[in-house]
Design a protein around this ligand. Structure first.
Ligand SMILES: [Cu+2]
Length: 158
């Protein structure tokens, strides 16, 4: 069954799921923070399990904002600042965690407020695995971890 699932994912090129898998990429625990301002920014976080060879996350796309960037935090004196990065490396059979205070996906110029309880469709573009579509649940504005503010039964935990 497992080989069939992988073959199907390869044929489709992408799948729509909270734990999307294209080829060897598995995305789990996605969440986004509610963002109140049209024209403002928002951030999403998720964990990527790479079950194959080394790959790179090259870009993210979503219809909710003018642009979407890959960001990291860098230490500047005593302050951590966000900085755009061109890609995020995925080690062979490795896991990359995008989380508050570290790497994240940044939405710039929101078309509308992003409300808690909604879901945002996000397309991740990988160098080798191609496109992976993830449904990202929107949590409270200050959420630090997936599921922390989600209603019961809506979590995708593994
Ligand atoms: Cu950022």
């Amino acid at each position: 069954m497992k080989s069939f699932a992988i073959a199907a994912a390869l044929v489709l090129g992408l799948s729509v799921s909270g734990q999307a898998a294209a080829a060897d990429i598995e995305v789990v625990n996605p969440f986004m923070r509610a963002a109140p301002m049209t024209g403002g920014t928002g951030a999403a976080f998720l964990t990527i399990h790479n079950h194959g060879g080394a790959d790179r996350l090259l870009a993210a796309e979503a219809g909710i904002s003018k642009s979407v960037e890959l960001h990291t935090h860098v230490k500047d004196g005593d302050i951590y600042r966000m900085r755009k990065v061109e890609s995020l490396a995925l080690p062979e059979h490795g896991t990359v965690e995008l989380k508050p205070g570290g790497d994240h996906i940044m939405f710039i110029g929101l078309n509308a407020p992003v409300k808690e309880g909604a879901a945002v469709q996000l397309t991740l573009k990988f160098e080798k695995a191609g496109a992976v579509v993830v449904q990202v649940p929107v949590q409270a504005a200050g959420a630090m971890a997936p599921g922390a503010a989600m209603p019961g039964g809506m979590m995708h935990k593994h």
